[in-house]
Design a protein around this ligand. Sequence first.
Ligand SMILES: [Cu+2]
Length: 116
Amino acid sequence: MDKAIVTISGLAIIAGIYWFFFGKKEEVIKVSDTWTIIVDGGYKPNNIKIPKDKPATLTFMRIDANSCLEEIVFPDYKIKEYLLLNNKTTITLSPPHKTSGFHCGMSMFHGKIDVI
Ligand SMILES: [Cu+2]
């Protein structure tokens, strides 16, 4: 009986470790044509991977009333947008040139764009 408990808890721990290292990564690494970023106490996700050969359309859904997050800046793309609360704002990065960052109007919250 004790052996069974040890075996089962061992398997549960292995499954947990597997999930921790492999399960989580998939939601961060996402290559597609559209991305939805939730703006809530920061940017979720805050690391976005976009393809190097085509425009990427990012949709920002701001649900955080904090005025700090009302503006978003992509310095390398010379883009500055106002994010309406409880609304979607679409920003197209074209052409995607290199790895760059974005941040709120006061540069307190940050995100990263990886071009792959
Ligand atoms: Cu800010």
